[in-house]
Write a protein that binds this ligand. Sequence first.
Ligand code: HEC
Ligand code: HEC
Length: 486
Amino acid sequence: VTRRAQRFVMALSFVAGCTGTPAANDAANGGAVLPDSGAPPLLVDGGHPPIDAGQPDTGSADAGHASGPVFEPPEQRPDLFDGPALLSEAGLYSDLAAGTLAAGVRPYEPLAQLWADTAEKARWLWLPEGTQIDTSDMDDWVFPVGTKAFKEFARDGVRIETRLVWKRGEGDWPMVAYLWNPEQTEAYAAPLGAIDAAGTAHDVPDATRCIECHQGRADRLLGPTALMLSHQGSGLKLADLSAEGRLSDPPVAPLVLPGDAATQQALGYLHANCGHCHDPERPNADRQISVYFWQRADALAMLEDTVTYRSLVTDKGSPLWIDAVLQRMADRGGPQQMPPLGTEAVDDAGLALVEALMAQLRADVPGLPPPVAGTGSCAGTEAVFQIFTDAGCRSSFCHGSEQGGLSFGSAEELHAAMVGVDASGEACADVGLKRVDPGAPEQSLLLLKLRPGPPCGKIMSPAESLTDAQIQTVSDWIAGCVQPGE
Ligand code: HEC
Ligand code: HEC
């Protein structure tokens, strides 16, 4: 964040102390005109004239006022975002000052929302007139060129930012957040984002980070999907798009998540908050991820069919990952935090929903064998030592010195450092696993961390160079370890 941007944040912080700000619009409940369209612009410092929204490029309000910081529009970075610099020109409003939406802009609400700490949100979709969404793949809608989606974040009734995702051309998706000025008369593209915007704890991501979540779909939009628009609530829904002929292949029936209301909510929550990254079909999927939450339209009949059940119960068959889901959702600021960005506060209500679902799944997963006390003895440790040596695991930046918290200069030392030793280290200390649990490869962290998506911490980097056969050797070695006393 540049100095200019920092000053901008200061200016907003200053204003956030004012009271009596107009209520945020709540267009999700309304029609084309926002409820507060007649509200006068908010005055800076309770008496200064508002910034002239017609002169945004001059940079600031009347700088002659010595009594307080002034609003300065954020730095533009055409290399990061080359779309409209002003929200008033971005296609959401025909008259931003009056709060009048542009023709054809439709408010909508997804079935489940992304937790954004305590921000209030509103969303709109605009499809070019006379166009259809290609829904031949119900899980991957292809939007017409020109499509725009907007999402507004407000705190205590004050609009902080409005985000744009725009399909400008095939494969051309400009994305940016627009920061509202204190008077709420204009919002400015903020390609560099903002920390603690408007004096709140709300961070606005810079334009390079949008993609981290939004490339979850080839066509970028995460909320306007068949499942997320399949509900009875307010705003534009699947049924409306279908009735209006906007879907090339309308679904024959609404999409409904399985289970009772609590199960549906938990599955929806995980889909909206985690699924855009935790999806095996995701373009450029992160190979460290191995549990999945993005539901598929054709796998919703029963809980057992869902992506989440199959991933956590059928495929993993161990409670470790179920516990990891809850641990990571309850983490903020640590290396394990999930989602890894966009939130600084735990969502207690969301966590409670997911806890109930995880308890249900856990009942279907066999438990781990009871932990073994003490160390055991293993045969064939030399072969495993050789594998790790060849993979560079003993280099000084890894485990050759104490630096990695582990050290082994020989097969004997490897055995001593691993077998029967409790996992330590920030990420994995609480998981209650041993590095090597004699006879139990599937609860040995050494093996779990050689595979994608360990239940805690990261995959060990040299694992990328190990062959499946080598990993199997490690697994067999652990399986063949004799437990103490046997
Ligand atoms: C932490 C992941 C994450 C990041 C980072 C993120 N988004 Fe989103 N965004 C989502 C999810 C999930 C939704 C859908 C759920 C919802 O609307 O609550 C969404 C919804 C939206 C929408 C409404 C249309 C849609 O795709 O559903 C817009 C517009 C949007 N985001 C723009 C942006 C922009 C611009 C940025 C970067 C400045 C950004 N987002 C960064 C996850 C993210
Ligand atoms: C912006 C992308 C992103 C989002 C959103 C996200 N995760 Fe993750 N998650 C990752 C990545 C990358 C990893 C692998 C690296 C690591 O272990 O931290 C991961 C790892 C995990 C793991 C370890 C098992 C595995 O699959 O690797 C769990 C459990 C997990 N996340 C749960 C969640 C939950 C629950 C949510 C939603 C509340 C969530 N994640 C949201 C990117 C994301």
